[in-house]
Design a protein around this ligand. Structure first.
Ligand SMILES: Cc1cc2nc3c(=O)[nH]c(=O)nc-3n(C[C@H](O)[C@H](O)[C@H](O)COP(=O)(O)O)c2cc1C
Length: 332
């Protein structure tokens, strides 16, 4: 792939990172250990898994250590979901007091249970409420960059995306430091193609604002192609980063005109074992094993025999099983 324009750093208010390909918020995946792994492979900025507004408030009050942090894991956006403007503002204060570098409001999550509780993507169907939430958060926390994660619309059939424009304009008017746009509707969930042409339109509409694109970044090539084709300021690697944390290094290689790095089996093993150690330190050995089982399944995609390795990780029930799979498939 030929890169025609030099990649610019990504700015989110006062936060500036050297490279515009960042780790997306990913429930079940963008936890502290995986964020540290992705940083080690070149991710300059990460977002937490979506947290409930109340969860952030309780954590700030009780300091139970349920929201795992590490000084090496910065700059970091803490992402919250909710729909009560006052509670969301209180949660934003909590994140600021916990020293998150950016506060990200999730209006994009399509999970049924989340929508039925009037959170996440529900707000794309309730633009007036969404604007109230944004204004409440921004007026309460003017001293920390706030970003909003949006979808193109609530329904796929909503072609004029009126709610999107209403929320995005109000967010910037109220002082948002940026928006991240997943170029699908909420009811599309993760199906169908993301509408990259919509991202170009959004960037044209907000040429001086930070717009981050999301959707169908499955490879490093996709990441650079989205930057080039749509003009967005940054892109998030989401499904493309699950099991391939090297996507960040690969994107940096491509941007520098180098062939993208492909990890050897030994390099894959080193990273997977380091991930296990970080997960054990963070969550304790039992939870780490459960987490690493599904990460192992995802890591198998980088192996020369993905189906076999995947099946082997699916069968893991104990730490011994785990070690046996790693020894069998990742020894050179
Ligand atoms: C398993 C999974 C969990 C996700 N969790 C979150 C989340 O917690 N917060 C968020 O903003 N987006 C979340 N997303 C959406 C992604 O950040 C991204 O916007 C979406 O996957 C589209 O990008 P892609 O097509 O490149 O995967 C999640 C997506 C997946 C697949």
């Amino acid at each position: 792939m030929r890169i025609t324009a030099a990649l610019k750093p990504l700015r989110i208010g006062p936060v500036e990172v050297d490279f515009p390909v960042v780790l997306a918020g990913l429930a079940g995946y963008s936890d502290l250990p995986y964020r540290l792994i992705c940083r080690s492979t070149g991710a300059p900025f990460c977002t937490t898994e979506a947290m409930l507004d109340k969860q952030a408030i309780i954590e700030a009050r009780l300091r139970r250590g349920l929201i795992k942090r590490d000084p090496a894991d910065r700059p970091l956006a803490g992402q919250i979901m909710g729909s009560d403007p006052e509670v969301m503002a209180e949660a934003a204060v909590a994140l600021r007091d916990m020293d998150f570098d950016v506060i990200d409001l999730n209006f994009a999550c399509p999970v049924k249970k989340v929508l039925s509780r009037k959170r996440g993507g529900y707000l794309m169907g309730e633009p007036y409420l969404a604007v109230e939430v944004v204004e409440s958060v921004l007026s309460t926390v003017p001293d920390r960059p706030v970003t909003v994660k949006l979808r193109r619309s609530f329904k796929e059939t909503d072609k004029d995306n009126r709610a999107f424009w209403r929320i995005a304009r109000a967010a910037f008017e109220a002082g948002a430091a940026g928006i991240c746009v997943h170029a699908r509707s909420v009811d599309q969930k993760y199906q169908g193609r993301a509408d990259w042409a919509f991202l170009s339109t959004v960037k044209r509409e907000f040429p001086d604002r930070t717009v981050i694109g999301s959707g169908d970044i499955l490879t490093a090539e996709d990441a650079l192609r989205m930057l080039e084709e749509t003009g967005v300021d940054g892109v998030t690697a989401a499904r493309g980063a699950i099991g391939n944390p090297w996507i960040f290094r690969q994107a940096r290689d491509l941007a520098a005109g180098r062939a993208p790095f492909h990890p050897s089996l030994a390099e894959q093993r080193e990273l997977i074992e380091r991930h296990f150690r970080l997960a054990s330190e963070t969550f304790g050995p039992d939870r780490a094993l459960r987490i690493m089982r599904y990460f192992g399944i995802r890591y198998s995609r980088m192996h020369p025999h993905p189906a076999k390795v995947r099946n082997a990780f699916v069968g893991v029930k104990s730490a011994q099983d785990w070690r046996a799979v790693v020894n069998e498939f990742y020894s050179c």
